[in-house]
Design a protein around this ligand. Sequence first.
Ligand SMILES: Nc1ncnc2c1ncn2[C@@H]1O[C@H](COP(=O)(O)OP(=O)(O)OP(=O)(O)O)[C@@H](O)[C@H]1O
Ligand SMILES: [Mg+2]
Length: 231
Amino acid sequence: VKPIFFITGTDTGAGKTVLTALLAQYLRERGVQVAALKPLCSGGREDAQVLHAALAGALTLDEINPWHFRAPIAPLLAARREKKSLRLAAVRKHILAMRKRFAVTLVEGAGGLLSPLGEGFDSRGLMAALGAAPIIVAPNRLGVVNHLLLTLEALPEKMHERAMVVLMSPEKPDAATASNVELLGQFFPKKNIFMLPWLGRRFALTEALNKTSIKRTLSALLPGSEIQATR
Ligand SMILES: Nc1ncnc2c1ncn2[C@@H]1O[C@H](COP(=O)(O)OP(=O)(O)OP(=O)(O)O)[C@@H](O)[C@H]1O
Ligand SMILES: [Mg+2]
């Protein structure tokens, strides 16, 4: 089966789009056919535009992001303000249709794991309906271990086993940044914890991918055998 990776986070602004775009660009550079989707946007389509650029035309903006609502609040409420409602089955159907055309599919959620997306579902429900592997992005600062453990605990056992965590380095590290991996590693398998550096206020994906350490992290994050097999 062709893999779907679902990029969620401990919070909004955690770095989900940065990671999804890096993964998309990285896979594309390796010659892997990759789709990167942000099915729901609220308050602007910037995330979808970033993914659109990373895909270099492999998908249209509307294929990447079929549902977008004006209000910058949870998609569930933003949709209701426009007298619209969104069902899990419709989102699932779109993602599975896109998957048919690609070897690997990346899906960025909105907000965190339990942020309401549509009528009666959140990222956790969508992920389960897709059988996707969870990637949880979190800012590497004091307090993140609590946020990660809460998020991980909310995953059903099967998903918990497949979950991977990515700690995003902030521009300015705090007293906990350097020790968070170690601490989290006491509660969650260390082999499933990854770290990405701060890339600067304005960075180019291609430049970031010139760094061997970043490429190594991204390739370790995606189970190589699965990706290789689908090339
Ligand atoms: N490693 C990093 N290096 C440089 N900038 C980063 C890094 N991680 C995150 N950022 C910046 O932090 C901000 C939030 O990141 P991002 O948009 O990826 O979060 P998100 O989880 O996708 O948020 P949303 O909930 O809005 O989708 C962005 O301006 C992004 O460029
Ligand atoms: Mg985003």
